[in-house]
Design a protein around this ligand. Structure first.
Ligand SMILES: Cc1cc2nc3c(=O)[nH]c(=O)nc-3n(C[C@H](O)[C@H](O)[C@H](O)COP(=O)(O)OP(=O)(O)OC[C@H]3O[C@@H](n4cnc5c(N)ncnc54)[C@H](O)[C@@H]3O)c2cc1C
Length: 473
């Protein structure tokens, strides 16, 4: 279910496969080729335009690119960026993925960097070039051959993908929320399930069961969002569906509690909220196999029509093909300066980097918050490097964890210097929802600046008032 074609027949750009196949790729290849760096100008190549990489390329473009002090190139397998924490809303249909898309080409033009469409499939560290695999159209015909991009400084920000931990049947029978295409595909399957139930003579006795594996933030947020969507669909006219009887949501977590990375009290709060919504929460349950019927957990089978795997992450496989140090989940090991341990000209950040967090003895968590902090630090650090000054050292500031429980509430803990609080403070309800929303606005502010972000907030608020709150196509 991870690969293949979407319902519309549009080819997928999957960084885990060897080639890029977006339907609109011709648009990116048309017109004059992107400008190359003038001789002698330092070339910074950022691979991966996600939460961290796009912020970094934008900041570097605004500072070094604008003044012609460096040539900044961003490479991504896709033509557009959607902030990954929005994907559970796309999957549930509460957000139309095209509403919040950012086009790399337009962002590059406005912020003085070059965008190149392509999937990195290796790096030649001797020659200092990034290899990009051929671009194919939706039918598999080549639009470009393999390409190379030369760099002086390379930043790898290629994120992560779901880790199936080798559990049999996961790839074949589960949906994932790693990319917008996968989230769209789940939303289609969900909508089809509801349509089937609505248009049957009698609603099926066993209704629809959606089982989510992984009780981290993604699983918790998706469960709450799906609960909300079901009620809204009924309000929109899916009146043959009884949301309490016909749609069952099951959240399965192998560990003893939900939100393993959060303080215990937060886990209890989230579990209480979900249970009160009727979500069946099963902790301490290990999935041993997934089939088309459901989840096998030792002796018991949890029947499920739709299965979502959100049980952990690993870095894309390409990280292991560069001769750089990686940890057991393929993340590139970096030091305090975010330089990889074996090559000082290659940096890594975000989910694809393993960066120590000395205060806890663990690594910096794979969150958008961490990717944002690393991008901000690296932007100023690389500028210093060009000026012959020492690199900055990364210190992670944990501002806490925010988990949205759809329209019902949010739960979270604010940490450290945020709001000048000392220690952690639990928040829930509207305050936590506000704090959660601010995370995204902060990302937009890093990409567009504060004045434009404020205008965008206002425009979103106005345009969403009269619009359907669900994507029903
Ligand atoms: C459903 C969901 C909900 C989440 N909710 C939250 C939340 O509430 N708060 C929070 O802090 N974090 C959340 N996260 C985690 C957060 O999204 C990630 O930690 C963050 O996006 C990591 O940023 P990144 O820049 O490392 O990678 P990404 O944002 O994943 O970007 C990676 C980019 O690299 C590109 N790419 C990958 N491989 C290649 C290649 N070989 N060649 C070229 N390009 C490539 C991809 O197309 C992508 O654009 C959530 C994640 C998910 C999936």
């Amino acid at each position: 279910m991870d690969h293949g074609k979407s319902a519309t027949g549009v080819g997928l750009a999957d960084p885990e496969t060897a080639a890029v196949r977006p339907a609109t790729v011709a648009a990116a290849l048309g017109g004059p080729p992107p400008s190359e760096a003038p001789p002698g100008v330092h070339r910074v190549v950022v691979v991966g335009g996600g939460a961290g990489g796009l912020e970094l390329a934008t900041r570097l473009g605004n500072s070094l690119g604008r003044k012609g002090r460096a040539h900044i190139t961003l490479v991504d397998s896709r033509l557009t960026h959607l902030w990954k924490p929005l994907l559970h809303e796309v999957a549930a249909g509460t957000l139309d993925s095209s509403d919040d898309d950012i086009q790399f080409l337009a962002q590059a033009m406005h912020h003085h960097f070059t965008f190149r469409l392509g999937t990195m499939d290796g790096v030649d560290r001797e020659r200092k070039v990034v290899h990009l695999s051929p671009i194919l159209d939706a039918g598999g015909a080549p639009l470009s051959g393999p390409r190379e991009i030369a760099y002086d400084t390379l930043v790898l920000a290629i994120g992560s993908v779901s880790n199936d931990f080798g559990v049999a049947g996961v790839r074949e029978h589960c949906h994932f929320l790693d990319t917008r295409e996968q989230a769209d595909r789940f939303q289609q399957a969900l909508l089809n399930g509801y349509l089937r139930a609505q248009h049957q003579e009698h609603t099926r006795a066993d209704g629809i069961t959606v089982a989510i594996v992984g009780g981290g933030a993604t699983g918790v947020e998706l469960a709450a969002e799906l609960h909300h969507v079901t009620r809204r669909l009924v309000a929109y006219g899916f009146d043959r569906i009884d949301p309490d009887r016909d749609v069952r949501l099951v959240l399965v977590e192998a560990g003893p509690r939900l939100l393993p990375a959060a303080p215990e009290r937060l886990s209890r709060l989230a579990e209480r909220e979900l249970t009160s919504l009727g979500v069946v929460v099963q902790t301490g349950v290990t999935v041993t196999q997934v089939t088309a019927r459901g989840l096998e957990t030792g002796d018991v089978c949890i029947p499920a029509d739709l299965r979502v795997w959100a049980a952990g992450i690993r870095a894309p496989r390409v990280t292991t093909a560069m001769g750089l140090e990686v940890n057991r989940i393929g993340q590139l090991v970096v030091g305090e300066t975010l330089q990889t341990t074996r090559d000082p000209d290659i940096f890594a950040l975000g989910d694809s980097a393993a960066c120590a967090w000395p205060a806890t003895g663990r690594n910096v968590p794979p969150t958008a918050q961490a990717a944002h902090q690393q991008a901000a630090m690296l932007a100023s650090s690389l500028e210093r490097r060009l000026n012959g000054r020492p690199l900055r050292r990364f210190r992670y500031h944990d501002h806490g964890l925010m988990v949205s429980l759809s329209h019902y509430t949010a739960v979270g803990n604010l940490m450290g210097n945020l709001l000048r609080l000392s220690g952690a403070v639990m928040i829930e309800g509207w305050l936590a929802r506000l704090a959660y929303r601010l995370l995204y606005r902060k990302h937009q502010a890093a990409l567009f600046g504060l004045p434009r972000t404020t205008l965008m907030m206002l425009s979103d608020w106005l345009s969403r008032r009269g619009r359907a709150r669900l994507k029903l196509h």
